[in-house]
Design a binder for this molecule. Structure first.
Ligand code: HEM
Length: 513
């Protein structure tokens, strides 16, 4: 009897749900969505997206065209893979696509969307962007920190020279040096110890782990990001990892902010952030979490802040050297340019950048083939839009595949070939105006740190090539060098590059402070 009652109740509830759904669907506008693979119930097309989403997407856009519709669980995703589609979403209708979708990483690892990259479109983001442009990355501010970047560069070269000398012809792991540099100079860090309790807050090893974890977790799409009603299960364990990371970071960032508040010197970007946060004229208040979120978001990217190197720059430089090791003739041309312009008695500086067009071409070619953010950061469509007869409903997540654009044979001759010469004499730049090459994105949501990033990339690459003759480890051929990548917030090499760098200049140049 009880069973029958339950069954009737269940049937009535189900019938009501179906009836309401049919009514709602009848009133819903029918959209003409762009073409794309047929989605499965619940998961949509997630089964088609492998561990390298940019490559899966490139494959499908060849089949479905430059504007493609996918379903990631409960959400519609539109991917633009051509110059026209990039222009449409990043320039012509920039304001329609200026928002960011919500994701667990933004919530748990950046103080509930308090950093700039995850912050939704609105007064808070506008004010944060203004602060970036006028306070943190203004030409004047970047210039005033040039000496720190120079100091870091010399420390990298000294460090590599010492490693090369002690290793006597054996390979070094280049990226380790590029990032160890940043760790060494992060607050000139050894161990961060609580001054009152005496307990260790963060060791350099923990800090390195935290940074890696931050980059990994900010690049993942959790099941809950695509299928929110399954989020609570945390099937992949990502949320647990995010919460753990967030606690560890918070202890560290509390320490950093406290220290800066107590010493109150005008030295680095945390001081600048604190000054801005304390400005009573701000329309939207930046609280302590904002300062911590900006600090955390920037530290690996902004040499000025903790005087560290940059993850994105390190990734790009590592890719550039990897490509060059497969093309000795490119190294020879770069060396010729450096010898001619810089000479063998000094290092390259930021002032030399305009005089090094071949180095510039290598950097552009590296960013074309290895964009650090191959699908740019996801955007959210704020209102219904249409393009080429297709609809993009409000709430759709929008990706721009700069990976596909950079490998489009209609735009690039032999796109899989590393050929810096293609940029010699070309007007194409990376600053968001040329839609064939958008490593920093474009429009109002474009990377605000691009100028700084470029300075670091140019000078480190120029000096790595100027100061060292690079070759593959003994016994390894260029065909054996893996060029696989991993997808995340940055897209680094899967296997860190190991290479032998033989010092080329007089010893005193490396050891001089
Ligand atoms: C060095 C190489 C770098 C590359 C290739 C790079 C690339 C990018 C890309 C593709 C985006 C997304 C743009 C979009 O949605 O259209 C972005 C956003 C951002 N980048 Fe960079 N970036 C780099 C360095 C930096 C540096 C040094 C900083 C300095 C702090 C920085 C800070 C940011 C911020 C705050 C955003 C979010 C902007 C927003 O959502 O309003 N980036 N970056």
């Amino acid at each position: 009897m009880e069973f029958q009652l339950c069954l009737s109740l269940f049937t009535i509830t189900l019938a009501t749900i179906l009836f309401v759904r049919t009514l709602l669907r009848r009133n819903r506008r029918v959209y003409n969505l762009p073409p794309g693979p047929k989605p499965w119930p619940i998961i949509g097309n997630l089964n088609l997206i492998g561990s390298l989403p940019h490559r899966s997407i490139q494959k499908f856009s060849k089949q479905y065209g430059p504007l493609m519709h996918l379903r990631f669980g409960s959400f519609s995703v539109v991917v633009g893979s051509s110059v026209e589609m990039a222009k449409f979403s990043l320039k012509t209708h920039d304001v329609l696509f200026i928002d960011r979708p919500k994701a667990a990483a933004g919530k748990y690892t950046t103080y509930n969307y308090s950093n700039i990259a995850w912050s939704p479109y609105g007064a808070y983001w506008l004010q944060a962007l203004k602060m970036c442009l006028t306070e943190l990355f203004s030409a004047k501010r970047l210039k005033s920190y040039e000496f720190i970047r120079d100091e870091e560069m010399r420390s990298l070269l000294r460090d590599l020279h010492a490693a090369a000398t002690s290793m006597a012809g054996r390979a070094v792991t280049l990226k380790e040096h590029l990032t160890t540099l940043s760790l060494n100079v992060i607050s000139r860090m050894r161990e961060v110890v609580d001054k009152v309790g005496g307990s260790v807050i963060t060791t350099p090893e923990q800090f390195r782990w935290m940074l890696d974890e931050l980059f990994i977790l900010n690049g993942v799409i959790t099941i809950g990001d695509s299928i929110p009603w399954l989020g609570w299960l945390d099937l992949e364990g990502y949320i647990r990892r995010m919460k753990k990371l967030s606690n560890m970071f918070d202890r560290f960032l509390e320490f950093v902010v406290d220290e800066h508040e107590n010493r109150r010197r005008q030295e680095d970007m945390v001081d600048v952030l604190l000054n801005v946060a304390n400005d009573p004229s701000l329309e939207v208040k930046f609280n302590r979490d904002s300062v911590k979120a900006f600090t955390q978001g920037f530290h690996r990217k902004v040499p000025d802040l903790f005087a560290g190197g940059t993850e994105s720059s390190a990734v790009i430089v590592e890719w550039a050297i990897s490509e060059l090791l497969r093309k000795p003739e490119v190294i020879a041309k770069a060396t010729e340019e450096l010898d001619r312009v810089i000479g063998r008695n000094r290092w390259a500086t930021e002032k030399d950048i305009p005089s090094l067009p071949y180095i510039d071409a290598i950097v552009k070619e590296t960013m074309r083939m290895h964009p650090v953010v191959p699908l740019l950061a996801p955007r959210l469509c704020r209102e219904d839009a249409s393009v080429d007869g297709y609809d993009i409903p409000a709430g759709t997540r929008v990706l721009v595949s700069v990976w596909s654009i950079g490998r489009d044979p209609k735009l690039w001759e032999n796109p899989e070939e590393f050929m810096p010469e293609r940029f010699m004499g070309s007007k194409i730049d990376v600053k968001g105006q040329d839609f064939e090459l958008l490593p920093f994105g474009s429009g109002r949501r474009m990377c605000p740190g691009y100028n700084l990033g470029l300075k670091v990339i140019y000078v480190s690459l120029a000096n790595l090539l100027h100061g060292f003759a690079w070759r593959l480890p003994d016994g390894m051929t260029k065909e054996q060098l893996s060029m696989e990548e991993v997808f995340g917030l940055s897209t680094p090499r899967k296997i860190p590059l190991e290479a032998v760098g033989e010092p080329k200049l007089s010893t005193h140049l490396y050891v001089a402070v």
